[in-house]
Write a protein that binds this ligand. Structure first.
Ligand code: AMP
Length: 193
């Protein structure tokens, strides 16, 4: 089973992806984590990505598509994967369709985690207050969140109709508790098999 989790930054995609990985044996593929690993390794890609990420903007489609194309072929994705943070633009969604078709794979569900955006500011402020300064993400600030939300609406939200038209988009209420969101996702996955 291959699924996509969609939603604005702070919606809880990573949290839900981790519980799906644990409970369903699907591999979480977080492009944000891959980029943060590239930054930590000090690579050329990491250095370039860091500037873009800290500004709340998107890394180029070419780089991201190549990163995912390489990753979904690995043996740990054979049981299925959860895309967390990809695709983030319509060209990325189109490239994903092409690469899945080439590899004889398919998407089983696209799940949008819908949230109240004002509540996201409260969440991020709590996260900043609770995280020691040296462990914070470079893009964790209310100001960057505002930019990232604008980028989400302009560049990522157009993916929603793309999947809705294909009949595979499902929406869950991301304002519910972590457990309630997880069980809504479980229900969707039961229907998708
Ligand atoms: P995330 O951890 O998913 O919130 O991603 C953190 C940052 O990494 C984003 O704000 C972007 O700068 C970058 N990023 C992650 N995934 C993508 C993607 N699919 N396309 C472009 N940029 C991405």
């Amino acid at each position: 089973m291959n699924i996509i989790l969609l939603g604005p930054p702070g919606a809880g995609k990573g949290t839900q992806a981790k519980s799906l990985e644990r409970d369903h044996g699907l591999k979480q593929l977080s492009t944000g984590d891959m980029l943060r690993a590239a930054i930590a390794s000090g690579s050329e890609l990491g250095r370039k990505a860091q500037v873009i990420m800290d500004a709340g903007q998107l890394v180029s489609d070419d780089i991201m598509v190549a990163m995912i194309a390489d990753r979904i072929e690995q043996p740990d994705c054979a049981q299925g994967f959860i895309l967390d943070g990809f695709p983030r633009t319509v060209p990325q969604a189109e490239a994903l369709d092409t690469m899945l078709a080439e590899k004889d794979k398919q998407l089983d569900a696209v799940i949008e985690i819908k949230v109240d955006e004002e509540a996201l500011f409260q969440r991020i402020e709590t996260r900043i207050a609770e995280t020691p300064a040296d462990q914070r993400r470079g893009d964790d600030s209310a100001e960057t969140l505002r930019t990232r939300l604008e980028v989400y609406h302009r560049q990522t939200a157009p993916i929603l109709p793309y999947y809705r038209e294909r009949g595979i988009l499902r929406t869950v209420d991301g304002m519910a508790s972590i457990e309630a969101v997880a069980s809504s996702i479980d229900e969707i996955l039961k229907e998708a098999v």
